[in-house]
Design a protein around this ligand. Sequence first.
Ligand code: ATP
Ligand code: MG
Length: 441
Amino acid sequence: MSKMKKARDFQFQEEAKSRLAAEQEGQTFADDYENPAYKINASVKSKQELLDQNIILSVRNLKQHFKLGRGLSKIRLKAVSNISFDVKEGECFGIVGESGCGKTTTGRSIIRLYNITSGSIYYKGYRISAGSRWNQKEIKFTKLRLKEKTEELNKKMNDEIALLNKETADNQKLIGEIKNRYQAEIAVLEKQSQEIINEQNKKISQIKYDHKHVNRKLMNEIQMIFQDPIDSLDPRMTVADIIQEGLIVQGKRNKRENHRKVVEMLNKVGLVEDHASRYPHEFSGGQRQRIGIARALIMNPKLLICDEPISALDVSIRAQVINLLNDLKEEYGLTILFIAHDLSVVKYFCDRIAVMYFGKIVELTTSDALFKNPLHPYTQSLLSAIPKPDPISEKVRIRQPYNPGMHDYTVDTPQLREIVEGHFVYCNEKEFAEYQKNYKA
Ligand SMILES: Nc1ncnc2c1ncn2[C@@H]1O[C@H](COP(=O)(O)OP(=O)(O)OP(=O)(O)O)[C@@H](O)[C@H]1O
Ligand SMILES: [Mg+2]
């Protein structure tokens, strides 16, 4: 038996024991399928202001790097570099960008499939994931800065001593004074550096603590529909087993209740009870995507991450799946993070859209503003790529290519700046002024 299976079985046994003990004390679990009651550890970092502003998901300075290769050919691939966004409850938030820009990595980081490199992710105000690379770097650079500064001061001190007239009687006294002065300065620097290091170490311990004590029930509220409907379903499992796997992992092993749930979900996504005993290869692409949706829905999610749920589908089936997601959104009051690689898909479905390019968010605003006033040249390029249903205008449509070399970021460094309220663009000071000037009200 593999180590993982052993650990999982042990967990089931422990959960079953505690449940039995609780049942004997008179507690009932009848509504356990619908109503998760969390016991959130109060020591886990939380932000009340996020709850006050109705922000269900907050991604702060997320960085996700992958280490590739070994030895001399070792490289660090920055799949996502420093992105931040907030998703409000009930909102549909779109992430759009070309292939390889880090959309899936962002989604996978949110559901904790990766240990994130740095930054924090908050769900319902509680930190569910954080990375400590930035803090470790801060410690490293503080030590380095201290070393450099100490060397510089020592050199200055020696220079000052060398300039003294060695013949004078109070030479030794003067040397002592100079040394004391410099040593006092170094001591202050050392104290300041130690304070920074202590603070960062405290933050790193908190990150490790939060990582270890994440609430599983809270995490179950975030579900993801994976990008590839073929590869994301295990070919050796029946549809029923695939859909109810999440329940089993949670320790819900009541066969009849699980089957009832599976059938309910199959009906919700437009499939029937007969499909439950079949295998994934017996289904069409659209049906497989529906199985993926049912698998996510059975966990009663509050936040659903849809990773290009329609990209692999026929045009005719795309509309069906979009409509299905829209209905489910209404029915379950879902918040959706919708990932896509072309803007036409998200236009009507999303309230706000973030455009990503090479691991960074280059523009973030409401759908309407993005289509009315696309500011970043990459967004304009994406918009110019949308085919029009009219053959006459389609013939003359000019595809606008994007060349990242057009920005001069050598001196004036870029960051995500707010052009008008709620409309953010990645730009430097000069571009910022231009965007503000040319903004069409
Ligand atoms: N597990 C991994 N190990 C190493 N590199 C990875 C891993 N996952 C993703 N990458 C790299 O990170 C970058 C971003 O990948 P990601 O899958 O997030 O892109 P994407 O925006 O979802 O693209 P697509 O639209 O094609 O799905 C790519 O360069 C990819 O090669
Ligand atoms: Mg992807």
